[in-house]
Design a protein around this ligand. Sequence first.
Ligand SMILES: O=C(O)C(=O)Cc1ccccc1
Length: 276
Amino acid sequence: MNKPRVAIQGIKASFHQEAAVKFFGEDIELVECTSFKQTFEALSRKEADYVVMAIENSIAGSLLPNYSLMMNYNFPVVGEVSLRIQLHLLAYPGVKFEDVKYAISHPIALRQCVDFMEEYPQIKVIESSDTAACAKRVHDEKLMDTVAIANTMAAELYELNALEKRIESNKKNYTRFLIMADKHNGTIADPNKASLCFQAGNEVGSLAKVLNIFAENEINLSKIQSMPVLGKPNEYNFYADVEWQEPKQYDAAIKQALKYTHNFNILGEYRKNDKI
Ligand SMILES: O=C(O)C(=O)Cc1ccccc1
């Protein structure tokens, strides 16, 4: 069997690569992309079989633009994986803390280190590409005034020294990633979790009504996220993750929820995986 081709934003040693390996194992072909949108484009062009994309982080919160991408491209969600995120300040060998003028990293990583960076206002923080690409740049360009904020794998691969370890603001820091597939690989056996998207009317109790349907059918709502509908003031998409034990109860809840919502979409049905 061919190796699955997995599109990620970033390069080898990025957190997305770590997430892809945690979900699929080592035997994958990585399709390295420069943006989240490009990962979906790779899937559309059939240059990849799957996309692995971060959706929320315990410090930085939900990645709202990624919800919109998922909705717009409409590829089925087929799984999830969570990763512990540990970040270090990585410098070219010989560079001392006093020499550092700039810190470069991925915006998600930078948001997780704001407390540390606030203590050192002399270091200018610059948003750049993925954490591993930043580490590679420090190595390739032998940067003597710039550190990368990245993980241990990047430090080893690009031979950088950690001037400071574990600089994330909260030590119990994790990121949840979703796995999207082309339609061909979109059906998962025996699912017990789904990602849904719907709109509820703008009147008293309309969202409560939908949520009650899930409660009455013993469906656990593990996450809910609202997002404005583009170009329609006061209208929102609700993204909900639901989990169940009895498929019949899930089917019944969906049937009832359809009556009280509009633009109801099942983004994917998959196996719950909250191992960190
Ligand atoms: O830059 C990376 O390595 C990424 O994969 C993005 C990211 C950064 C921090 C936490 C989760 C994902």
